[in-house]
Design a protein. Structure first.
Length: 225
């Protein structure tokens, strides 16, 4: 079990812990994946990384996830619930300032690309203030961009009961460089009517387990640096 901040009592908090904060989103992930896909992935990666660190004797806690992110590019799809870059930036800053009164370090574990601008800006500001804070990505873009094979495989491994493979459809399989200008102008729907950027064909729980292990290793390495 990962050491969880929310279920601990105040006196039980170890001295000078590292706090891992999952950062996700509530946004459409095509017709076959749930709205909380990014949050589920970020939370799982953070929990597995914390387990590995705790087993090595390091004081670490996993905070409750920041489930709402900056997802305006998905707003044309029902269910998407975004707080935008500015609000997310301010939440990251204020949360870190609060946690750093008792935590040695705060590391945000992010699983949604739309949060990156807020994360970079917040971490830059906080470091300038003297805080030990960083962020690390749960990178899923090696195969496809959104709701494709990689995220589908991860969810088949983590939460298979929340994946509807019979509804899975291929979306736009263009590269990020090709699609980004169009998405910035018209959102995801401008390039993919079904909200998928990639192709979930071939997704498997086994592949998801491999990808998850790689993500967890990335987080552990980043925290230990």
């Amino acid at each position: 079990m990962a050491p969880e901040l929310a279920s601990a009592t105040s006196p039980a908090i170890p001295a000078g812990p590292t706090v891992l904060v999952p950062v996700g989103s509530v946004e459409q992930h095509g017709p076959h994946l749930p709205l909380d896909t990014d949050t589920v992935i970020a939370t799982t990666v953070a929990a597995r990384a914390a387990e590995a660190m705790a087993a090595a004797g390091l004081p670490v806690l996993v905070a409750p996830a920041l489930s709402y992110g900056s997802s305006g590019e998905h707003q044309d799809f029902s269910g998407t619930s975004s707080i935008g870059t500015t609000v997310l930036h301010d939440v990251l800053v204020e949360l870190t300032r609060s946690m750093r009164t008792w935590a040695a370090r705060v590391v945000f574990v992010n699983a949604h690309g739309g949060n990156v601008v807020a994360l970079r800006g917040a971490v830059r500001r906080l470091v300038e203030e003297g805080h030990d804070v960083d962020w690390v990505a749960c990178a899923t873009e090696d195969v496809d961009l959104h709701a494709g094979r990689t995220e589908t495989s991860l969810m088949l491994h983590i939460a298979p009961w929340n994946v509807w493979l019979d509804r899975a459809e291929m979306g736009n399989t263009g590269t990020l460089a090709e699609l980004l200008p169009l998405m910035m102008a018209g959102g995801v729907k401008a390039v993919s009517p079904n909200g998928v950027l990639g192709d979930p064909t071939g997704a498997s729980a086994e592949e998801g387990a491999t990808v998850l292990a790689s993500m967890v290793a990335d987080v552990v390495d980043a925290v230990r640096r």
